[in-house]
Ligand binder design. Sequence first.
Ligand SMILES: [Mn+2]
Length: 289
Amino acid sequence: MTSTPNNYFAIDAEHSSYDSAKFVILPIPYDATASFKTGCRNGPSAIMAASHHVEYYDDELAREYHEVGIATLDPLETNASGPEAMHADIFRAAKRVVDDGKFLIGVGGEHSITSGLVRAVMSQHKKLSVLQIDAHLDLRDKYQESKFSHACAMRRVLELGANVVPVGIRSVSLEEHTFAKRNKIKPISARECMFEEDSLNRMMDQLGDTVYVTIDIDGFDPSLAPGTGTPEPGGLDWYQITGILQLVAAEKKIVAADIVEVSPIPGQHVTEYLAARLMYKLIGYVTQT
Ligand SMILES: [Mn+2]
């Protein structure tokens, strides 16, 4: 497997080669099922371009850490045979990275890619908690006749046997509310994150020792990340989300992650730059522990 010369964070060849990399980024420019506004197929390339402007030195962690090794794989092509075949492709590509002992970071694309990535990670980590930062629960069984819709992403992850802990939630259907209650899923709403001091303790209590982090960019308030398909008011801010990632990285073992649903707005690069910064931050928090 080769890493592309045009890599995330514009890291020199030595520190972006697949063999020596600790972190491996898998771009998945896939958005077949977006329901409201499409365009997150352009997320991975826009985030990569933005990532070339991220400083290697992190002012909070007071160090550079790009030399830990961050490789970028070629973007996964969309399988024309449909969502089921695409899902199988995602699983296969992710499993190769996981089997090589790398920290996998998937970059979407729409949220439905997460179940393929989680399935690959669960081949190594049977007992996995999925920390989901998102405005939506994504717990529908079907949406617009499809089980592979982004609106069903976490329902598919649950079926794999993972424990899901949703944070930042503020848009839920009655079906999802009922399903969550029945299945003892206890979402932590954005409102609780804002106003209830023990909300992060409740998040930590629900997480097991081994954690996969899926970040839907719409978990952020749309004033900070407007480039997304279904923006919801009342989202989390930069310090809340980075604070959550730092806490979880310090107290649990984060083994893989994805960042999804960035849908670039032409002429404006706020959202993709935020996503790039967040990816680099996460790598910093994970390498710190
Ligand atoms: Mn969402």
